[in-house]
Design a protein around this ligand. Structure first.
Ligand code: F6R
Length: 258
């Protein structure tokens, strides 16, 4: 795993946007895995800036969202379908027909989740999966004790996740209880993983993910099983890493590209 520790949240956004930009320049029809929430906002803002100034074109990319709340109407401003349309597809000039979000209103969840897996496979798999991390170590909405082999499915949101996400809703009661999320096995199938975290509230989860044992108690530790995972952090998010100086050292002395 490559760990990059950067001085500001804006730098985290810029360096992560550089990575996505280089994937798309090499493959204009690349398949992106999209995260929602606060963590990727600086990345989307930077990508949108590049699209506006003409240095990046995302019109041919395809994308799959990580997760969706169950039971929110798609036009609810906090449904991930609405968030992705508003904050990602529009500003990044993507084709809405090429972007999918799990159907949180499905009456046949088994079929919906199986179809989502199939759609990712038919698209050729995800080239680069963007990830945030929950304070409890979740990625997607794979809460603690999620199987490391799990696939897209319905899950119950942990109380901490509902409390953390209540800031997007009028009250805690309005935060849905359930979600559909790509599984950890689904996420690990992506060709490249890019996890970003900002702020001290993520420091514990980041330390467990990067330096702890691989354990379903800290689902993001599954990144250790992936051959091409990059973790981009600001200083507060990196503050509990035992080997922070070593990551700075290795970032400054990368081996020559082969
Ligand atoms: C959202 C998602 C979640 C978030 C995580 C962090 O699609 O998959 O794992 O990335 O809850 O959320 P923020 O970035 O709002 O702190």
């Amino acid at each position: 795993m490559e760990v990059l520790i950067l001085p500001t949240p804006e730098e985290v956004g810029r360096v992560a946007a550089d990575r996505i930009t280089s994937v798309v320049r090499a493959k204009p029809g690349a398949v992106l895995g999209l995260a929602t929430g606060s963590s990727p906002q600086a990345i989307y803002a930077e990508l949108a800036r590049r699209v506006r100034d003409g240095s990046l074109d995302l019109a041919l990319t395809r994308a799959f969202a990580l997760d969706e709340y169950v039971g929110l109407p798609v036009d609810h401003p906090q449904s991930y379908a609405a968030v992705i349309a508003r904050d990602v597809v529009g500003p990044l000039g993507m084709d809405p027909q090429r972007v999918r979000v799990p159907d949180g209103l499905s009456e046949d969840v088994e079929r919906t989740t199986a179809e989502y897996e199939l759609a990712i496979a038919r698209a050729g798999g995800i080239d680069i999966q963007l990830l945030g991390i929950g304070a409890n170590g979740h990625i997607g909405f794979n809460e603690p004790t999620s199987s490391l082999a799990s696939r897209t499915r319905i899950k119950t949101l942990a109380p901490q996740t509902r409390a953390d996400n209540a800031r997007f809703f009028a009250s805690l009661d309005e935060v849905p209880m359930h979600c559909i999320t790509q599984g950890l096995g689904t996420i690990l199938d992506a060709r490249e993983l890019l996890l970003v975290a900002q702020g001290e509230g993520k420091a514990d989860a980041v330390a467990h993910a990067v330096e702890g044992p691989v354990s379903s108690m800290w689902p993001a530790s599954a990144l250790q099983l992936h051959p091409h995972a990059t973790v981009i952090l600001d200083e507060p998010a990196a503050s509990r890493l035992a080997l922070a100086d070593y990551y700075r050292y290795t970032a400054a002395h990368k081996p020559p590209a082969s």
